[in-house]
Design a binder for this molecule. Structure first.
Ligand SMILES: Nc1nc2c(ncn2[C@@H]2O[C@H](COP(=O)(O)OP(=O)(O)OP(=O)(O)O)[C@@H](O)[C@H]2O)c(=O)[nH]1
Ligand SMILES: [Mg+2]
Ligand SMILES: [Zn+2]
Length: 301
């Protein structure tokens, strides 16, 4: 009989697996090694991976991962496989929201086919700032929620936005990902940490990706991160528009079919969307275009 499961946690080179196949052990969590698969396939299993396991004969590590099933997607930052929905979590203050990071995440998740949901936290600290951000991103076409310690996001509210499957939190340290996860699960399952008073930055309280049951679905907490490179993640300049539904919507009004919305005449986009979002679009596009051409140029020499 084949035993299948989902990786819920990585523990020092070993993995915790929740058994999902129809057997008496369904729902149980077991410890697995990953003997051989990393070497043979040059791949590292990730939290969220569906795996086939078999007994190892070793009582300390009773199972071993035999195969990792084909992934729907893998998000490198944070490292989670098979996400259906990502909850991009940013505080409206403390720490100051890094909208460049948010827009990069929106491009990457669109490219990977993961549904983005945006949550702006700490509305209790600056309601107006949160509402302004909510307006910018909902006008752009995204599903946006505001939460605050006076009204935390709850399971019901989140369920109105997510797709079934694996739902993951992502965002910088100290924005309240673990706090929101605890609220959604109505329990203190993850430790939370203060934001540094002097630097107004999070202290990287969550150190590992961890997957929890969420009814029939699963929900994942991840460590905060501060930066990512679109180029290193394989994003092309032609992909940038994927993260900009509001540009795609207006583009049919541009004079030229191949308008890049950068400096073309009679562009229906430039000047007609949020200026911050537009500036970041242009910056990403030009930077990736430049990097691509430098690289191709170098190859030709
Ligand atoms: N005022 C206020 N504080 C909040 C809110 N949400 C979270 N916090 C606080 O912000 C701090 C950081 O919260 P965490 O949940 O640990 O943040 P995190 O995003 O999980 O951070 P890392 O694990 O470091 O990536 C804690 O002191 C929380 O109590 C909120 O909506 N309002
Ligand atoms: Mg955390
Ligand atoms: Zn245009």
């Amino acid at each position: 009989m084949i035993t299948e499961g989902i990786i819920t946690k990585g523990v020092g080179g070993q993995y915790e697996i929740k058994i999902t196949s129809d057997c008496p052990d369904r729902g149980e969590r077991v410890i697995c090694g990953a003997r051989g698969i990393m070497r043979n396939r040059r791949m590292t299993p990730a939290i969220g991976d569906q795996v086939v396991i078999e007994p190892s004969g070793d009582p300390d590590v009773p199972y071993v991962i035999k195969t990792v099933k084909e992934r729907k997607n893998i998000l490198v930052r944070p490292p989670v496989a098979n996400l259906s929905t990502i909850i991009l979590t940013f505080a409206c203050v403390d720490p100051v929201p890094d909208l460049k990071l948010l827009d990069k995440m929106l491009i990457i998740t669109a490219k990977l086919g993961i549904k983005p949901v945006i949550v702006f936290t700490k509305g209790d600290l600056d309601r107006q700032a949160c509402e302004e951000l909510q307006k910018i991103y909902s006008d752009a076409g995204f599903d946006v929620h505001v939460s605050g310690s006076d009204k935390m996001i709850c399971e019901e509210e989140l369920r109105s936005s997510i797709l079934p499957g694996i739902i993951g939190f992502a965002g910088p340290s100290g924005v309240g990902k673990s706090t929101a996860l605890n609220s959604v699960l109505s329990g203190e399952v993850m430790e939370t940490g203060e934001v540094s008073k002097r630097l107004k930055r999070g202290k990287h309280t969550t150190r590992h990706v961890q997957l929890f049951d969420f009814g029939e679905d699963h929900i994942v907490d991840t460590p905060g991160f501060t930066s990512l490179s679109l180029y290193e993640l394989g994003v092309e300049y032609t992909d940038v528009i994927l993260g900009y539904p509001e540009i795609r919507e207006l583009a049919s009004g541009c004079r030229f079919d191949d308008c890049r919305h950068i400096n073309e005449t009679m562009c229906a986009v430039r000047g007609n969307i949020d200026s911050g979002r537009y500036d970041r679009y242009k910056e990403f596009y030009l930077e990736l275009y430049e990097l691509r051409n430098t690289y191709v140029g170098r190859l030709k020499k």
